[in-house]
Design a protein around this ligand. Structure first.
Ligand code: GLA
Length: 389
């Protein structure tokens, strides 16, 4: 990868100088969906798929961007003096947003950059290709300019850029798991205070299979912000009778006994998902610690039902994939992962059943939806960093 990118880099930007190389993974969340902006728990892991970045400092204030994923496009030029969001700037708003966030937070970028990216995360799949770009740029800026920032700071700067530059009000899960991932481990993260622990994922004879619905998120971002607002409304109403600062502080019982104060039935369902999903995530991690993978799988299935019925973020494509998986032998658990409204499902499948799974779910999906799903049998990789030789 390095050599291929170096050839392209030199072709685009010329040779010589101090050219550096970085990587940030994508992520998949095993359980704990739409809990990260509700002060709840999540359980994501980093993938070995991700975004590579090659970069060199310039001696002026020009920024140049090129992605090998869009070979036919031109180099996009910008400037450190024009760090604004332009719809027409497309994907370059992600790296630009991170440069802007570093500036805003007291880490001034004082030299232009020639940047080349290449990603092998399926685009728009809900495996966090945008957070992967944000974190790879964060790691790059820390290294190139010697900023004294931790990996958690880089995750927060990425989230700050996504929220305030790109206008998506996401939580911290994606950037955190991408920055802090660890091979063969998932991260049990409490988003209320960012305390976390690594949980080994030793699946023995089972595999993690990601299935892309190939339905892009489309209107997802506005719906995402809408869900977030609905949870906030429910929280405000609950606060009239409960002394809480987030939905993540509630058990199922405390929620059930107070939910009458939430005025809209829709907001009751949104909050119910947030509360139950958080408790489910805690139970799932405990099940895994006790080596009870069957229970872990059942909790994944329940998570999907809740995301479908209470949170309403699944849609026919994801439901078709998950229901087909549930009816396939050798499947321990299956659910949508990420924001929803398209994107991917994650399934835990007996290794011996993976080929059959891909064939059967693939066929049922094609018949029901009219186009193909894509399957990825994935490994859990390391978080972002400098790529050494
Ligand atoms: C997106 C957001 C995350 C999280 C998930 C849903 O991936 O970026 O912060 O809210 O959706 O769990």
């Amino acid at each position: 990868m390095r050599q291929k990118m170096l050839n392209k880099f030199e072709e685009l930007y010329g040779d010589g100088g101090d050219i550096r190389f970085y990587f940030a993974p994508g992520r998949v969340n095993l359980i704990g969906e739409h809990t990260d902006y509700n002060g709840g728990h999540v359980f994501p892991c980093a993938l070995t798929l991700g975004t590579y970045a090659m970069v060199r400092k310039r001696d002026d204030r020009t920024l140049r961007f090129f992605s090998m994923n869009f070979e036919h496009r031109e180099v996009v030029e910008s400037s450190l003096d024009d760090l604004h969001f332009y719809k027409s700037a497309g994907w370059t708003n992600y790296p630009k947003g991170v440069l802007w966030a570093f500036n805003q937070k007291g880490h001034p970028i004082d030299a232009g950059l020639d940047i080349l990216l290449f990603g092998n995360i399926p685009n728009g799949s809900g495996l966090s290709s945008s957070a992967s770009v944000e974190v790879v740029v964060g790691v790059m800026l820390k290294d190139m300019f010697g900023f004294d920032v931790t990996m958690i700071d880089i995750a927060l700067l990425g989230q700050y850029a996504e929220n305030n530059f790109n206008g998506v009000n996401c939580g911290i899960m994606d950037q955190f798991s991408i920055a802090m991932g660890k091979a063969n481990h998932a991260i049990f993260l409490d988003t209320s205070d960012l305390s976390y622990k690594y949980a080994p994922i030793a699946l023995d004879d089972k595999k993690i299979v990601i299935t892309s619905s190939n339905k892009r998120r489309g209107l997802g971002d506005s719906k995402y912000n809408e869900r977030r607002n609905e949870c906030e409304t429910a929280l405000k109403e609950l606060q009239t009778v409960l002394n809480i600062s987030s939905l993540g502080e509630l058990t199922e019982e405390s929620f059930e006994s107070a939910k009458e104060v939430i005025k809209s039935p829709v907001c009751v369902r949104r909050a119910r998902h947030a509360v139950y999903e958080n408790q489910r995530t805690i139970k799932a991690v405990k099940a895994l610690e006790e080596n009870n993978i069957r229970l872990f799988g059942e909790l994944m299935n329940e998570s999907h039902r809740s995301l479908k019925e209470d949170y309403e973020v699944t849609g026919v494509e994801l439901d078709t994939l998950v229901e087909s998986a549930w009816n396939t032998e050798g499947v321990i658990g299956s659910r949508m992962t990420g924001a929803g409204f398209g994107g991917c499902t994650v399934s835990i499948v007996e290794e011996s059943a993976v080929d059959h799974f891909i064939e059967k779910v693939g066929k049922e999906y094609r018949e029901a939806i009219g186009y193909n799903a894509d399957f990825y049998v994935v490994d859990i990789g390391e978080g972002a960093g400098v790529v050494s030789d």
